[in-house]
Design a binder for this molecule. Sequence first.
Ligand SMILES: [Mg+2]
Ligand SMILES: [Zn+2]
Length: 206
Amino acid sequence: MDAAKQIARSVLDRWTPSVLFELYMHPSNTRPAIFLDRDGVINDTVFRDGKPRAPDRVEDFRFFPGVEGAIRRFHSAGYLTIVVTNQPDVARGWQTRENVDAMNQVVRNELNVTDLYVCFHVEADGCLCRKPLPGMLLDAAAKWDIDLSRSYMVGDRFGDICAGVAAGCKGSILVGPGDSQKDAPEPSARVSSLAEAADWILATGQ
Ligand SMILES: [Mg+2]
Ligand SMILES: [Zn+2]
């Protein structure tokens, strides 16, 4: 057998029925999604040392007005909803894992979001999931068959906008004034709430 045929043979050998199924029954990712930052988008933050932070306790966890309706509208329009949240305060010793999990359970139960991803790392860990890196979005895209080119990121910091751009989202929307960050990409839109982000996406995004 010559070299070319050997290569072709080795490729065909790897094309098991399950691979063919993956290739032909799911030729590309097909579902659009809205990626949602948590603190400052879904729920109010608390200020500590002048910076907005996640609430400490589940008792202090408050949804912003209009969030439930916005999620429902996304689902009705055919979008999956994926929460992607950095929670470095556990590693810093400022927050307990139990409290973070309890708050995320409130989000899952009351908003019925499709999925929720958490990065518990700090920057020094060098992980791929901590926003501004797009690891959580890419993991979700692989798991949920998400078409990133039809999807949107909504966040209140420029790190969220960077993650959306890096993942190849169609748009990345900033809620509120944002944090100061040099050389950050310009958001697709600036709005004051998730409800307004939903108005913008559902009016212009399809
Ligand atoms: Mg935030
Ligand atoms: Zn991480």
